[in-house]
Design a protein around this ligand. Sequence first.
Ligand SMILES: Cc1cc2nc3c(=O)[nH]c(=O)nc-3n(C[C@H](O)[C@H](O)[C@H](O)COP(=O)(O)O)c2cc1C
Length: 354
Amino acid sequence: MSLMYKMGTSLLRRLPTERAHVTTVKLLRAGLGPKGGVITSDILKTEVGGLQLPNPVGLAAGFDKDCDVPDAMLDAGFGFVECGTVTPRPQAGNPQPRLFRLIEDEAVINRMGFNNRGLDHFEMRLKARAGQVGLVGANLGANKDSDDRAADYVQGLTRLWGHAEYFTINISSPNTPGLRKLQGADEMEDLLGRIAETRATLSAQSPSVPIFLKVAPDVELSQIGRIVEQARNYGMNALIVSNTTLDRPDSLQSPHAGEGGGLSGQPLFEKSTRILAEFAKAAEGKIDLIGVGGIGDGAQAYAKIRAGAKAVQLYSALVYHGPQLVADICADLEARAKADGFKTIADAVGADLK
Ligand SMILES: Cc1cc2nc3c(=O)[nH]c(=O)nc-3n(C[C@H](O)[C@H](O)[C@H](O)COP(=O)(O)O)c2cc1C
């Protein structure tokens, strides 16, 4: 890493959190990001939910809500980049401050509330990169004031169909009141039914792409089997486990620990990995899993894979370790797979469940 780059990241860390993020995205748009390119190897190449990945490490949703810098993030080495959450209409989100660094805990609390520029902008940005290599997914959400939230997901799918390599149905953000209710049995039945119908219609026009469902870590263990079954019944291609948590573990040290919103980063690792393993047991290999939550190094990415994830995503650790982290994790995953006698990273999936 160059000295200039190190100086840049340490300066960014001193800015108020949201301004630092906006500045980072601007710098990336101006082409000032890392330039390593997508990382791949015979060991790292893998597949999840029908998506062929050059490596299993993805950028989680929320970093690039408006799809402004997907190619810059692919250049940082990610195997796939998830943009969004995008809602049909633009919305401002919650009042600032709404993003907090819990430095002592290597964590983040956010209550952004789906601030984004809406589908028009997102579609324009996706179209602008047509023909570029690299996997970019669209994470779909619902407007806060929507009367029919399921209709918002259908609208997102319809508008962006043919422009994104995959879609994520995000029903697990804690910052849009009532959104997580869509994880309930009846609401999920209605939502997934309408998604499946829309997909069937759209697939007649252009080839189908994978659709993933992103869930919260704060689910009752008794709900997991039912969520897996409904997701399978309606043809979801993978579950993303998980979004941020409303928990505030006693271990938190930061003065910001009491802020409202979703907690991510290190304090989320243990819980999200435990829930991932529960989903893996319930899934019995019949639906794929993507592990997210608190990944800050290769060991933690590998632990998610051994717990049953075919791919992983991360966000919060970028705030603390910078984009070099992606290459470090990929190198470490290769070394760990080899040390355990696996030919490819895919052979390590679910190793701890057996
Ligand atoms: C500032 C911030 C904004 C986020 N926004 C979204 C979002 O819009 N949609 C979504 O599905 N997840 C969002 N997330 C959740 C992340 O995608 C991820 O699931 C969670 O942060 C756990 O991963 P991490 O510990 O590696 O950050 C956001 C996370 C953070 C920190």
